[in-house]
Structure formats: C-alpha cells, structure tokens
Design a protein around this ligand. Structure first.
Ligand code: BGC
Length: 745
C-alpha cells in the first residue's frame, strides 16, 4: 500500500516542482491514487479524514492527546488536529497515525499562526498599512518557516474578511476595508505561507478565512447576522477570497455567520456553486470552530444529524471539533440520508491536500526537533520583524515638524500604560502568546537604546489601560513638567481586539483621555502614539496634540521600530487601510461609498448628512504622512478615448519636495461616472510604493485593464459600459489629481 503511494508521490513531486504558487490543477495520477485509497477505506475511516479535533490542555500548558483521542487516532477517526504543535509531539502523534492505523494515512496539524509564531510581527491590519506586498509576503513566509519547525503543517490564515466596521474586533486580523488592497494582501500572504513550492522546507498550507463576509456582522458585533446584497457580496466581500484561490491557496475556512438567511457553513451556493464551480477551487474547506454544530443555533438544522448533512452537502469537507461528521454521519450515510458519494468527494479533497503537502512520502517533514533553536526568533527574523513594524506605522499628524525627535533632546517624558515594561505583552496584539515576555522590546527600552548619552528619559505609566483604579496621573504630570517633549503611548490592550472583542465605544479606554488632557495642559509639546487593533475615535486627541503616530500592535520589535520612526532613522510611509471615523455614530464609514440621490451639500439641509457631526472621517482611507512631502503632477492617460476591452496606461509624476528621502504610496482610483447601476464614488485599482530622494522626481505608470472598468449589471453580469471614467491619483483617497477618459462601444 505505502509503496504504491510512494511511487505516485514521485510523479507528484515532479508535477508540483514545476508548479508555481499560482493555481491547483488536478494531477490524474494522484486522482487515480486517491480513488484506490478511497476504495479501501471503511465509512468510519472516511469520516475520520473529515474530522478535526483539538488535543487536551495539560497543566504544563502543552496540548497533547489523552487516551480517548489516541484511541480515535489508531482507529483512523481523526484526519487533522487543531492547535497541537511541537516537533516531538507532532512526530509522536504522526507515528501513531502512520504506523498504527489501518490505512496509515498521515494527519495534518493546523494552528492559528496569524502574525508570526515566535517572532511576532505586527497584526495583519498594521502590516496592511505598509502597502508593501513584498514585505508582507516575507513576513508570512517567516511565520511559515517558524511554524514548520514546530510540527505545524497548516495555518488558519490569512484572514481576508473585509471590515467596514471598526467596532468589530476582528478587523485587526485582516487588511481593512478595501477589496483591491485586501485582495493583493491576501495573495501576498498565501504566497508567503505556501512558499514558491509547497513541498519546500518552510512552506506550510494556508487557509483563507472566513468564507464568506464574516466581517459584515451587523452592528460590528462578532458572530452576528450578515445581510448584504449579492452585489455587495461579489463586489466588496468576495474578491479577497477569490484572490487567495487564484494565488493557489490550498484550503478555505467556512464562516460562522449567515448571509441573508444562508449560514455560510451550510451554504451550498457559497461552498460549491461559487467556490468550486465558478472559481475552480480544488482544495478543501474546513468549518470554523463548531460552525457545523452551530447550524442548529442558526435554526436551519433541528439536530446534529441534520446539521452534519447540511454541512457536508454544502461542501464543507472538514468538521472542526463538532465531531458530527465522525459520529452522526455514520448512521446518516447508512440510512441513506446523505449519499456516500458526497462523503467520498470530501475525503478526496482532504487526501489531495495531504498528497500535495507531501505527507504520504514525508509524514514527519516538520517534526525534526533539532531545527527549532536555529530558526525561532533568529536575529534575521527579528530584523525583518523590525523592518515590517517600522513600515506599518502611520504618521497621522505632525504639526510644525514636531517629529522626528532629536536624539539629543535633553529630557523626554515617556508616559502611558503601553510604554513601560509591565504591560509589554499587550504590544503583541491579538492571536499572539508568549510565556517569555523578555523577547518583547518595550517602548521604554526601544527609546532608551536610541538616545544619546546626555539625553534623559523619564518614564511614568500614568494610568492603567482599562481600569479606573491605580491611576498615577499626578506623578505623570510631575514627570512631564520636567521634560522638553512628552511622548504619550496610549491605546488598547491585547484582548480588546480580535475574536469576541467587539466594542460599542472606540474612545481610548479607561482614564487615558483624562491622562492625555492633563499632559496637554502642561503646555509642553505632546507626541501621541496610539496602539490599537482597530481605528479609534481620537478626534479630541488629534486636535490637541502636536503629532499623532498610529502604531497598532507591532509585535516583538515594537520598541525598536517605534524608536526608529520617532527619531527619524525610519521615515514613516504607512497609509491607513481603513477609514478612521470621528465618532461611532458615523460607522460604517468607508471611502468607496455610493453618491446617493442627495449627496452632502454644505448649504442644503436635505442632503445626506448628520446634524451633529461632519460627514468626513477623521482620517480617510489611504492617508498617512511622511517626514518629507510629495507633489503630484502631470497626470497623463495613454488615450482619452478607448473602446470596450482596451487597456489604458495612466502615468503621473511624483516629486519629493522635502528635505529627506522617503517612500510614498502612489494610489490610483477609478470611477465609472454614469452607469446603469449606481457605482462607488471611487475605487482603488492600483498602487505603487516608491522611494524618492530629496528633489527627485519619478514617473509612475499604471495599467487599467478592462476588468478594472467592469462591474455587475442589474442581471449580475460583468459588463463594461460606454461613457466617461474619472481617474484620480494621489497619496490618499481624498487628495488626488484627476483626469477623464471615455470608453466607446
Ligand atoms: C476562529 C477562527 C480560528 C479557529 C481555530 C475560531 O474561533 O473564528 O478564526 O481559526 O477558531 O482556532
């Protein structure tokens, strides 16, 4: 049996070695092999391949198998594990699967490696702020390399859910509000995790999640109902999943939410019609945690049996921890409530991915304990983490060039609950754990190592992140009074964003605003550094401080990366991947909105507006400053009249008009001015990150493809309609220069 598998594996090796990380065509010899394996399997073993369980947490904080789990493994009733890692442990478990189960089929080890494993990098929303696809890809690859030395085969990432509502805590895990930016980020991360070749050392399987539209939760409340039109779904929410599929992602995760009455984890339309039949996806779909069982709570299934039947029929291949496929589906198949052919199809997809990952030939590929020490948190990895953290920072305000600070500043008061060593775990953000806080560079340590010997740094916490108690505002003011400049590091703790962390109030939590007000009152210049997993409502703060630095949660190199930017060794180049509202009442607030029949007018009350707040956000999508300035000119189109189906080249000159070298993200937006359905006021269609020396000018060119000019008409067909299009190019979604062209028949 294993010999045949190996023979076919050689063919497979040849096949995949030639395959770039582009798409997943089927390999006839492997499919034939899978047929022969399936023919030999019992129903229990087949359903076992579709069953994923976690291990059991022991007192020593490791996750291992108990007796019951071990017995299931021997019986071939487990196809994959969630959350179990460690080179020794995974090797031990794999040995049971391969040597002691009847079919000898290796298991997969899945883990949530969301933004680094040991070398924790910035949260995905922060990395998206870098608009640097190559760095984002490298960051994902580094995570994969670290995961692969501790037994992990498969990460539940990237999360590619569009999020237009910052109340939703999981906005931290994605790339923000824009379909184009999120799509290219999704593809970059898939390439990073899966590597040039999935069989290479250091490559792991990626999982695009949560399919679909999980980020559309009403009221920003996690797990809540999603009710959006098919148009919005296809134009806004689906593109990043599609981009992941096109980039060759091997797995997807079905979401916990419903969309307009159809729970994703039971949606045949999503999992089969769209994903497989339209997009040609050949890998497998894993449910989200208990999302098969939750079909009962959604009330589309009356019991576990019905839930399992709906999930399997939909095309959700693997049941994460509900144990419904493993248990209830046996009788369901035997009593013909569900066809065994459906089960076989899911088993086929799971085995296909195991073949693709080379597990039949190398079941222990990631379980070599000697590899970890040289790889985890290596100095190269830390250096990359520092670079990407620096590029993830967004400068939001810089009055009178308050930044960068001089390394010779006599006295700096560093104030705030996120600045010191006691809260440094919070800097990691969501989905990151470590029992060794020593690996995290705090802000106080990062700044201290940057300062010259004569500079004095006084640190005071000021208050807690969330709690009202323990405030030392007076001491903070005392410290501030002695300083030339105050750096206030405020924001959210780790657990305030991520899963199950929705907020109704996006102000700085606890007594932090009160602390900032007191600091501002001293009359000293205040540099505000905000650390958060989502946009916060910081209008008051922005209006009253000299500079605002959006630092997100930057990971293990936070202090170094922040000091690089504060003292000008790194010129900030991040741009917001998401709109910052002024207040929660404006939410959802996104740049690519529709015009409405009564677009806002200053002079007309009966237009779309609030009576108590401006419409404009605090900071728009794409926004971010630099220590230098850039000027845009000479926007040129290769033609002003084209016909449908033709491409167009857009070029623009960008000049560094300031005194420092810097990087700029040149953004291109497009609008179909008049169409048969309403179109967004503008949509991002391209961007390029360029670097310019002082006085240097570069011409940046973009190609607008026919696809970029198309949209879904009323019958949901993709069309390009004749008429004028407006091209806007600039350094954010608002401050752009424009030109027009016409598309003829
Ligand atoms: C989350 C997923 C995650 C899974 C496994 C779920 O609660 O929604 O994003 O991958 O748990 O940990």
């Amino acid at each position: 049996m294993r010999q045949i598998v190996q023979l076919h594996f050689i063919l497979l090796l040849f096949f995949f070695a030639r395959l770039s990380a582009q798409s997943i065509p089927l390999s006839p010899p492997i499919e034939a092999k899978i047929d022969s394996i399936i023919r030999l399997m019992t129903l229990e073993e087949k359903l076992g391949q579709l069953n994923q369980i976690g291990g059991t947490w022991y007192d020593d904080k490791t996750e291992r198998l108990n007796e019951e789990q071990t017995a299931l493994l021997r019986q071939g009733k487990i196809g994959s594990f969630l959350g179990v890692m460690g080179a020794e442990e995974t090797g031990r478990i794999q040995r049971i699967a391969v040597e002691q189960s009847r079919m000898h089929i290796p298991v997969l080890f899945g883990y949530d490696v969301i933004h680094g494993l040991a070398t924790i990098t910035p949260i995905p929303l922060a990395e998206a702020s870098s608009w640097n696809l190559s760095l984002v890809e490298q960051s994902a690859h580094m995570a994969a390399v670290e995961a692969s030395v501790v037994g992990i085969h498969w990460t539940y990432a990237p999360m590619v859910d569009i999020a237009r509502d910052p109340r939703w805590g999981r906005i931290a895990e994605g790339s923000g509000e824009d379909p184009y930016l999120s799509s290219v980020m999704a593809a970059a991360r898939v390439r990073g995790f899966q590597g040039m070749n999935i069989l290479d050392d250091g490559s792991i399987l990626a999982c695009a999640k949560h399919f679909a539209a999980y980020g559309g939760a009403e009221a920003g409340r996690d797990y809540n109902t999603v009710d959006i039109s098919e148009r919005t779904l296809r134009e806004v929410y689906l593109p990043p999943y599609k981009a992941a599929v096109d980039a060759g992602v091997w797995t997807l995760m079905s979401a916990l939410n419903e969309i307009g009455g159809d729970p994703s984890s039971g949606s045949r339309w999503l999992m089969t019609d769209v994903l497989r039949n339209e997009w040609g996806f050949n890998g497998f779909v894993v449910s989200d945690y208990t999302s098969i069982q939750e079909l009962i709570n959604h009330r589309i299934a009356k019991d576990r049996t019905e839930a399992g039947i709906i999930g399997l029929n939909a095309g959700v291949d693997v049941d994460m921890v509900s144990r419904i496929y493993m248990n209830e589906m046996i009788d369901a198949v035997r009593s013909k409530k569900i066809s065994e052919t459906i089960v076989n199809e899911s088993v086929r997809r799971v085995l296909r991915v195991k073949f693709a990952y080379g597990l039949f030939d190398h079941p222990y590929r990631n379980s070599d304990p000697s590899k970890g020490p040289n790889v985890l948190l290596s100095s190269q990895h830390r250096a990359l983490a520092r670079t990407i953290a620096g590029e993830s920072i967004v400068l939001l305000k810089n009055e009178n060039e308050s930044l960068p600070l001089s390394k010779k500043t006599k006295t700096i008061a560093l104030i705030g609950p996120l600045a010191g060593n006691e809260n440094k775990r919070e800097l990691l953000g969501t989905w990151a754990w470590t029992d060794k806080p020593d690996i995290i560079v705090s802000v106080v340590d990062g700044i201290r190592s940057k300062l010259g010997p004569t500079a004095k740094l006084i640190y005071e916490k000021g208050c807690e992140i969330e709690s009202d108690s323990g405030a030392r505002i007076e001491q903070a003011i005392k410290a501030a009074r002695q300083a030339d400049v105050i750096v206030a590091v405020l924001g959210e703790s780790q657990h305030m964003s991520g899963e199950a962390a929705s907020r109704t109030n996006l102000d700085l939590p606890g007594r932090q605003r009160e602390l900032l007000k007191a600091l501002v009152k001293t009359g000293k210049p205040v540099i505000l550094v905000v650390m958060n997993g989502r946009p916060l409502t910081i209008q008051w703060e922005t209006e009253h401080v000299a500079a605002v630095v959006e630092a997100w949660h930057l990971g293990v190199e936070t202090g170094n990366a922040l000091a690089d930017v504060l003292f000008g060794d790194v010129n900030p180049s991040g741009k917001l991947p998401v709109t910052f509202p002024r207040n929660v009442g404006q939410i959802p607030h996104y740049y690519n909105h529709k015009n409405s029949g009564r677009p806002f007018s200053e002079t007309d009350k009966y237009t779309s507006r609030y009576i108590d707040s401006p419409n404009e956000p605090l900071f728009p999508f794409g926004y971010g400053l630099s220590y230098t300035t850039f000027q845009y000119s000479n926007l040129t189109l290769s033609a002003t009249n084209i016909t449908k189906g033709q491409t167009l080249t857009v070029s623009v000159d960008v000049e560094n008009t300031g005194k420092r070298s810097g990087e700029e993200v040149v953004q291109l937006y497009l609008r179909d001015d008049v169409a048969s359905v309403t179109r967004p006021v503008k949509e991002l269609k391209g961007f390029k990150k360029i670097s310019l020396n002082p006085g240097e000018k570069k011409t940046v060119a973009f190609t607008l493809s026919p696809d970029m000019m198309s949209f879904y008409d009323l019958s949901m067909k993709r069309v390009i309609e004749p008429g004028t299009f407006t091209v806007s190019v600039g350094g954010n979604s608002v401050d752009c220069i424009q030109s027009q062209y016409t598309v003829g028949e």
